[in-house]
Design a protein around this ligand. Structure first.
Ligand SMILES: *Cc1c(COP(=O)(O)O)cnc(C)c1O
Length: 417
């Protein structure tokens, strides 16, 4: 376990989190390098012996240190913007292992991706196919492309993170895919590299993932009969993790289910997990500013807020909360809502938790490695948190805490009379 109590103190690997809070301040995200590496290797171990590439989904946590840990292991990357492309390259990632997804790629982003020499542009519409063909032509290149196909399979997850249903904005329609492939095959500046699919995030069961794979295999077979061969099949990410008491199917169930569905097909298999690699590899440290008993509810007011971690406000997400001191120094346990200082009633991090807690204590919000810092904002003019990565007994700052001055340095006041 990357985060566990040792001698009564919650630690990241071998480093007491209290030391990190003291050294770097709060709020502060802390990541475990060993946890990231271990989660990545679960995928590569299960895929051993098969032509495959695990493309970490950068949007889950895009800190350069996280990307660098994965780049050194030979990971590929799944990106959704030109900004993420720049991050991967800055972190030492191999552009030839990048797949680019997203419904709204601009001409500039497509140009940047082609100049970098990425593995595949995952197309999400017919107009995007035409745009990529035109941009590649102007550069004198042939763009490697895949269509992200929407298999109309229900991922059975929160509606905000469901992406593989007919009514979702993602991918090209299942019924239109073959026509689009035939069209792409006839264009001069694109080269058909593969097919992609991603039906949603935080899937606890592998069955929808396997069902989507089966549909993709059916399409790949039809394309083969039409003389259109593919190099890779990208099955997306979405593998769930445990936040609370839910049972998430293990990575092996997703991988083996997909490999069974692929049967004797020999295309390279791509997976793009994000949450499953970093979700349980991070915690958010936050200090208790006030303990505030109320008429209907008791509140613990902490120095982290919805701008640091929006998942509870956005999806009603549940994160475990621990006091860094296992046997908190003498305080009686109470039932509290853990809330931040932001002026919104949605600004809560946890509700109805039994905790022993006193003013000045530091709490850890667990499972905060994915879609946490990456979704943070400066709402209420709050500087974003620091980020620290631990490896063994060493803790390193991997992102400085923002200063207030940085927050408005780009703002201009017109000199009107
Ligand atoms: C967000 C995303 C992923 C990663 O999803 P997780 O639930 O974090 O695994 C993978 N592929 C695509 C295309 C995505 O947009």
């Amino acid at each position: 376990m990357a985060f566990a109590y040792r001698d009564g103190a919650l630690c990241a690997e071998q480093v007491p989190l209290e030391d990190i809070a003291r050294r770097f301040g709060t709020p502060c995200y802390v990541y475990s390098r060993a946890a990231i590496e271990g989660a990545y290797r679960e995928f590569t171990d299960e895929l051993a012996g098969r032509a495959s590439l695990v493309c970490y989904s950068v949007k889950a946590n895009s800190n350069l240190a996280v990307l660098s840990v994965l780049a050194r292991l030979g990971a590929g990357f799944d990106i959704v913007s030109g900004g993420e492309l720049a991050r991967v390259i800055a972190a030492g990632g191999n552009p030839a292992k990048i797949v680019f997804s997203g419904v709204g790629k601009t001409e500039e982003e497509i140009r940047g991706a082609l100049q970098a020499g990425i593995l595949s542009i995952n197309l999400e519409s017919e107009q995007e196919l035409e745009r990529v063909n035109a941009v590649a032509g102007a550069l004198g290149k042939r763009a490697p492309v895949a269509f992200r196909v929407n298999p109309d399979v229900d991922a059975k997850t929160h509606p905000y993170i469901s992406t593989g249903l007919k009514q979702n904005k993602f991918g090209v329609a299942w019924s239109d895919a073959e026509r689009l492939y035939r069209k792409a095959a006839a264009l001069p500046h694109v080269r058909i590299a593969g097919v992609g699919c991603h039906i949603g995030s935080l899937m606890l069961d592998s069955a929808p993932f396997v069902a989507a794979t089966t549909r993709i295999v059916d399409l790949v077979e039809r394309l083969g009969q039409a003389g259109i061969g593919l190099e890779h099949i990208d099955l997306g990410g979405g593998m769930g993790i445990r936040y609370h008491d839910e049972t998430a199917a293990p990575v092996a169930a997703f991988v083996h289910g997909a490999l069974d569905a692929l049967g004797r097909r020999r295309e390279t298999v791509l997976l793009d997990p994000g949450r499953a690699i970093v979700g349980n590899a991070g915690v958010l440290l936050t200090r208790v500013e006030y303990v505030k008993p109320g008429e209907a509810k008791n509140f613990v007011v902490v120095d982290a807020a919805m701008n640091d971690l929006i998942r509870p406000a956005l999806y009603g997400a549940w994160h475990d909360v621990k006091n860094l001191r296992e046997a908190e120094s003498g305080a009686a346990a109470g039932v509290y809502d853990i809330v931040g200082p932001v002026c919104e009633s949605a600004d809560w991090l946890a509700k109805d938790r039994t905790l022993a807690v006193r003013q000045g204590d530091v709490l850890a919000i667990l499972s905060a490695g994915a879609y946490a810092m990456a979704m943070s904002s400066n709402y209420n003019t709050r500087p974003r948190a620091a980020e620290v990565m631990v490896s063994g007994a060493d803790a390193q700052l991997v992102r400085r805490r923002e200063s207030v001055a940085q927050l408005f340095e780009g703002e201009l006041v017109p000199a009107w009379k």
